[in-house]
Design a protein around this ligand. Sequence first.
Ligand code: C2R
Length: 166
Amino acid sequence: MENKKVAVIMGSDSDLPVVQKAVNKLKSFGIATEVHVMSAHRTPAQACAFSANAKENGFGVIIAAAGKAAHLAGVLAAHTTLPVIGIPIKSSTLDGLDALLATVQMPSGIPVATVAIDGAENAAILAAQILGVYNEDLASKLSDMKAEMEAKVLEKDQKLQESINQ
Ligand code: C2R
């Protein structure tokens, strides 16, 4: 089966400092990634066309990051059958709660898998897990990542026990 790409779309270049973490994580898994600024509000025609053609252009998952009145992920999801993962960005006086609710509260029929406010790394891991269903190499990288995480926590616990029992 051909390796699918992940599209990372952000509503503004001001979102990049957060979105970069998703891009870095996807790269660490060796996933081919395209990154764009597109907006459901400011470039609606481009955003809709990108999403409508994404499957045929070799993408397997779309990640959409936006702050404030974050309609981007929902609008992209409306134009494709690919899974869409939304990252609500903390970019306003409302600390990202506005973007969280706009992203997560999708009407029935058009799901957006929403991660935490600024949860870019988890968006990348979730995208990798989706692609990993049909990609054993990727699934094994994800298993390695979990094993590494487990080893780190066990080491921290070990150190904690040593300092507490001194
Ligand atoms: P600017 O910094 O460019 O003013 O953008 C962006 O994601 C950004 O967080 C401020 C915020 O507006 C968001 N934005 C959206 C959409 N387009 C841009 N929520 C959209 O289409 O949903």
